[in-house]
Ligand binder design. Structure first.
Ligand SMILES: Nc1nc2c(ncn2[C@@H]2O[C@H](COP(=O)(O)OP(=O)(O)OP(=O)(O)O)[C@@H](O)[C@H]2O)c(=O)[nH]1
Ligand SMILES: [Zn+2]
Length: 315
């Protein structure tokens, strides 16, 4: 039988067949995918082949095969820097929910996230959420950030998941696609999904309670069918987003506004660091490229991990 993984809870996978039936499936023995060192061999969004289990009551199955993935998005596993965790597979686009404060989303985090999305060829859209709570100064900052990311080549929308502002714009972008919703814990992922599909009635939680408990409402990624043609993937709050297995030479190519100018650099393999006649640095000096983007680039080139900074910031 064939189906798509809608949910994974560690050892069990919820698989939906083309006829719309759900089966609880698991993996038997070692199941490794070539070339990927991952803590989870099967991820939400995977298309799988499975056998029904004999002699077992209910609808359970054993996954035999994973069909080739169009793409997948990964992060480093906690505590195991060499290992990776596949967050989801076969994604058409990813929406990153950003809030200025409560919780703060740093540009270094946004940039790392975008680089990862570029590396796996997934369209990213930035959603600046909670616009209903911002002061005029904060709204000006949102506008500034949105302009900056638009000029880098990304679509940006200011929304209020709670009040419904611009939610219909997000909805329109989801038609016919599998979308992933990402963002720090508390940025409003579940609230947005509920606004789009109230029948899902996902649990949301107050920021303060989340912090005192230090827990996420959503612990596993999960895919949901929308009432229109579209699917949504809810992901656990992501703190850091490690960039995995990326050569220093390719990082710049995942900054669209750098890549666009690279052909005008004197050296075809310019790293935009100290090389003469670098089109990226020229654009930076002229204010066409944002310093914060370049700073994130330098940080990634130095292989710095900014997780600890985000953690400090969030406490
Ligand atoms: N004022 C306002 N509050 C919002 C908005 N969106 C979400 N919230 C609130 O922010 C808090 C966190 O929202 P959730 O939807 O639970 O956030 P989440 O991203 O799903 O969090 P995790 O499940 O922990 O990853 C809740 O108290 C929401 O009511 C918004 O647009 N405006
Ligand atoms: Zn250059």
């Amino acid at each position: 039988m064939q189906g798509t993984v809608y949910k994974s809870t560690g050892s069990w996978y919820q698989v939906k067949t083309e006829t719309g039936e759900f089966y609880e499936c698991r993996i038997k023995g070692k199941f490794r995918i070539q070339g990927i060192k991952s803590t989870n061999p099967v991820a939400v969004g995977d298309r799988v082949v499975f056998d029904l289990e004999e002699g077992v009551e209910g609808k359970t199955g054993v996954i035999k095969k994973i069909q080739e993935r169009d793409n997948y998005i990964i992060r480093r596993s906690v505590n195991l820097s060499k290992q990776t965790h596949i967050i989801a597979a076969n994604i058409d686009q990813v929406f990153l929910l950003i809030t200025l404060n409560n919780p703060p989303t740093l540009t270094t985090f946004i940039d790392r996230f975008l680089v990862t999305a570029e590396a796996y060829d997934i369209t990213a859209v930035l959603l600046f959420n909670k616009v209903d709570t911002y002061t005029p100064e904060e709204l000006a900052e949102v506008k500034y950030l949105a302009e900056m990311y638009r000029s880098a080549g990304y679509e940006c929308v200011g929304i209020s998941a709670k009040k419904g502002k611009n939610v219909e714009k997000v909805e329109a972008k989801m038609i016919g696609k599998t979308s992933m919703i990402s963002g720090h814990s508390g940025t409003g992922k579940s609230t947005l999904i509920n606004a789009i599909e109230p029948s899902l009635d996902l649990k949301t939680s107050e920021i303060s309670r989340q912090h005192s408990q230090g827990q996420h409402t959503t612990t596993f990624a999960e895919m949901f069918d929308l009432s229109f043609d579209g699917r949504i993937i809810d992901t656990p709050g992501i703190k850091g987003f490690g960039v995995v297995d990326m050569d220093r030479e390719e990082i710049g190519d995942y900054f669209p506004e750098f890549f666009e100018r690279k052909q005008d650099c004197k050296f075809h393999n310019c790293l935009h660091l100290n090389e003469p006649k670098c089109a990226v640095k020229d654009a930076l000096e002229e204010g066409e490229i944002a310093w914060s983007r370049y700073k994130s680039y330098l940080q990634m080139m130095e292989g710095e991990d900014d997780n600890y900074r985000i953690d400090q910031y969030q406490k």
